[in-house]
Every structure is written in structure tokens, then in C-alpha cells.
Design a protein around this ligand. Structure first.
Ligand code: ADP
Ligand code: ASP
Ligand code: MG
Length: 402
């Protein structure tokens, strides 16, 4: 008997017709003799609608109550799906976070699943399909929590791990992981097999087809994943621990995100400890600094320091800098209209000249690079937001991904 975890994203359950269609997929799997646990996202747009509702009350809506509110999106789609299955003569039921329970730790809106009770559901699976709303759990004091945007992927991986499932299939609105977002760059190519490392970089750098913390957990526990389409039967993309990675291609994919912001402190005194003084209070406030650039200015006494942070952290960062009496600077500028464009590929390790090729390509398009960061298998640049798609297209072409 094969135990399958099937996760259906927001678009896949975006209407009653689609929910009926998903019920058909599950029924087929169940009647083929598999045990099925389905993880369901909220209907597309629902989570954003709920966030907007809360903003009508307050921009700073209480975090605990926000999780109560947001968790309802997945409950709606789960119960509709269970109802559709029951209507087509398949035994099914929804298991809510507190009924299982799914235990989480961490702060509201950004919790992590740490455990769940598998016994009751395992019993149920002998005769029926279990539907679990994704994206949520409960804390050890019984509060409803959510686990970050796109978190149903992470629920699916956690369920696959804890239930020791044979497969974990991520059903979505594209038929696999592509060399870049196929909805934005139509010449993007489907990747048949991709390593955890590359997928983790791609998703952390903006390819939202998989949520990055889900990939991280899958990598940690060696849980193979398959990303595939809800709407076609085409073969999807396998994400797993590849022993023999194809190094013939230096770059596997191009990702981009628009959630960074850039800050420059102009005329900072150039002496030991100054960078530590700038970043210490930000670190305490858990603000993640991504890229840092320091220029020596003409007078050799002062320097300009540029760094990037998440756009959501901009206000808080400005407040912290203002309150920081240990750093003196002449001026401060910020730029929110930036994008991060990245190339990712395990083959980059062994291919010289990648950096030059990327910079040359962007220069040919007259795109100015505002900041750079590298790791073994990725190279990211910050550029003006308006050049994003142009840059992605160019890099996709010059690294032979079209
Ligand atoms: P779901 O609601 O099923 O979780 P998401 O919207 O979170 O789906 O993720 C699927 C979307 O990810 C696709 O519609 C596509 O636009 C986008 N995407 C971004 N980068 C990629 C990529 N490299 N490959 C495939 N899809 C990508
Ligand atoms: N509904 C949640 C979101 O929109 C979780 C998910 O869809 O995975 O982020
Ligand atoms: Mg998603």
C-alpha cells in the first residue's frame, strides 16, 4: 500500500469547478488503492483578501487574531473538498490543526511545525481520505498559528515526513519547475530533475513555485518531491538529492524578487567597529541584512555604506538607525524600487567566467548594478526594479536557457 501526500495550491482549488476536479484526482488515487492525505491551500486570493480585511480595522492588526483570521481560508477550501469527495462516494474528512493536533513553535505568522499526532489519521486512512488545511498549526499554549506565506508547501513536507509517506506531490498551476517563471518569460524551459540545493536557492531568491522552508525540510530529511500540474497529466519536476548532477549547464535557472530595499549611509566615519555599530542593533531586532557594500571616499576619513534588507523591514530599520547614537553619518538615502535578480546553478562551481558573463550581459542592456552577492551556486544583483524582466530575459538567453 502506497501512502501519498498530495498538496493542492490556491489556483488548483480556486473555484467550485476546480475543487470538483481536484476531488476527481484524489478519488482516482484512492480507488487505485493508495492511502491519501491531501493538503489544501486557501482558494486563490483568499489569504490576501483576509489580510486586507484586517487592515480595515488596523494596519497593525493583532498578530494572534490575524492567525485566527488567516487560518480560515484553508478551512473553507478543505471542507469544500471533503464535501466534494463525500458527494462522489469517497469517505473523507477534514482534520483541523487542533484536532490532529499540528504543533508549532515560533512567533505568530512565522511559526514552524515541530510535531503532529499521526495515530488517529493513520487509522482513518485505512478507509478514507484525510484532508488537512495547510499553512497552520497550534502553539503549545493552544493558539492558532500560521507558518508563513506559501506555507501549505511546508505543511505537505512536514506531513510527508511525520507520516513516513512514500510520495509528496505538489500540485500547482504550472506543470513543474522551470528555468524561470514561465508565466513571465514564455521561453522558460521545464526542468525534469533538480537538486535540493538548487531548488532551495531558486525558491529563496523568488521562484515561488516552492516555498523555501518546505524545500529546506525536504532536503534535511531527504524527502523527494514532485511538482506537477493539477490541470494536465504531463510529467512534473522531481526535486531530490541528486548524486550525479548534470554539470554541463553552468546555470540552471534565473529567479527574481521585488521584496528588497537598499539603504546608503553617506559620509560614515571610517574607523574600526563602525560596521559592527551599524548592524548590531539591527541584528538584535532580527533584521536580516543581505548585501553590504562599502566605498572609501575621496577624503579617506569617511566612507559610504550601502546595504539591502527586506522591504518590509524598511521602516523599522530607519527607526533603528535614527535611534543609533553610536554611528554618525552625513546623509541617508533609501531606494525601494529595486529588484534582486539571481542566477542559480550547481555547475557554476566548476565554470569560470560566469560573473563576467552576467555583468557583461547586464551592461549590454544598459542595466546598472547597485549591489552584488555571491555564493557557491548563486550570483545575485540588485538593479532598478523597472529593468527586472529585461534582465531576467537577457540572463536566460546568455546562459542558454531559452
Ligand atoms: P500554488 O498556489 O499552487 O502554491 P504558487 O502561485 O505559489 O502556486 O506557485 C506557482 C507559481 O510560481 C507559478 O504560477 C509561476 O508563476 C511561479 N513561478 C515563479 N518561478 C517559477 C519557476 N522557476 N518555475 C515555475 N513556476 C514559477
Ligand atoms: N494561503 C496561504 C498563502 O496564500 C498559504 C498557501 O497558499 O500556501 O500564503
Ligand atoms: Mg505556493
Amino acid at each position: 500500500m502506497v501512502k501519498k501526500v498530495l498538496k493542492f495550491g490556491g489556483t488548483s482549488v480556486g473555484s467550485i469547478d476546480r475543487i470538483q476536479h481536484v476531488a476527481g484526482i484524489i478519488k482516482r488515487e484512492f480507488e487505485a488503492g493508495n492511502q491519501v492525505i491531501a493538503i489544501v491551500s486557501a482558494m486563490s486570493g483568499k489569504t490576501n483578501d483576509l489580510i486586507n480585511l484586517s487592515k480595515n480595522i488596523s494596519e497593525n492588526f493583532d498578530k494572534r487574531e490575524l492567525d485566527v483570521l488567516l487560518s480560515t481560508g484553508e478551512q473553507v477550501s478543505s471542507s469544500l473538498l471533503a464535501g466534494a469527495l463525500i458527494n462522489s462516494d469517497v469517505k473523507a474528512r477534514t482534520w483541523l490543526n487542533w484536532q490532529i493536533p499540528i504543533l508549532t513553535e515560533g512567533e505568530h505568522s512565522n511559526s514552524r511545525i515541530i510535531n503532529m499526532n499521526i495515530n488517529k489519521i493513520n487509522n482513518f486512512l485505512k478507509t478514507g481520505v484525510a484532508i488537512i488545511p495547510g499553512f497552520q498549526g497550534i502553539s503549545n499554549n493552544g493558539d492558532i498559528t500560521t507558518i508563513g506565506r506559501g506555507g501549505s508547501d511546508a505543511t505537505a513536507v512536514a506531513v510527508a515526513k511525520l507520516f513516513n509517506a512514500d510520495t509528496c506531490e505538489i500540485y500547482t498551476d504550472v506543470d513543474g519547475v522551470y528555468s524561470t517563471d514561465p508565466n513571465k518569460i514564455p521561453v522558460a524551459k521545464k526542468i525534469e530533475r533538480i537538486s535540493y540545493d538548487e531548488m532551495l536557492e531558486l525558491s529563496s531568491l523568488g521562484a515561488k513555485v516552492m516555498q523555501s522552508s518546505a524545500v529546506q525540510t525536504a532536503m534535511m530529511y531527504n524527502i523527494p518531491l514532485e511538482v506537477r500540474s493539477t490541470f494536465t497529466d504531463r510529467k512534473g519536476t522531481k526535486i531530490f538529492d541528486q548524486d550525479n548532477i548534470d554539470y554541463s549547464k553552468s546555470v540552471t535557472g534565473v529567479a527574481y524578487s521585488k521584496d528588497d530595499a537598499k539603504i546608503t549611509l553617506i559620509g560614515v566615519e571610517d574607523k574600526p567597529g563602525v560596521a559592527a555599530n551599524i548592524f548590531e542593533p539591527m541584528n538584535k531586532a532580527q533584521i536580516n541584512v543581505d548585501m553590504v557594500i562599502q566605498n572609501i571616499s575621496a577624503d579617506q576619513k569617511t566612507t559610504d555604506i550601502t546595504f539591502t534588507i527586506k522591504r518590509d523591514d524598511l521602516l523599522k530599520t530607519r527607526e533603528i538607525l535614527k535611534a543609533n547614537k553610536n554611528v554618525v553619518y552625513k546623509n541617508i538615502t533609501q531606494n525601494e524600487n529595486v529588484a534582486k535578480v539571481s542566477i542559480v546553478g550547481a555547475g557554476m562551481v566548476s565554470t569560470p567566467g560566469i560573473t563576467y558573463k552576467m555583468f557583461r550581459g547586464l551592461a549590454d542592456e544598459k542595466i546598472n548594478i547597485l549591489a552584488i552577492s555571491t555564493s557557491e551556486i548563486k550570483l545575485s544583483v540588485i538593479i532598478d526594479e523597472k529593468n527586472t524582466l529585461n534582465a531576467v530575459k537577457k540572463l536566460h538567453t546568455i546562459f542558454e536557457l531559452d
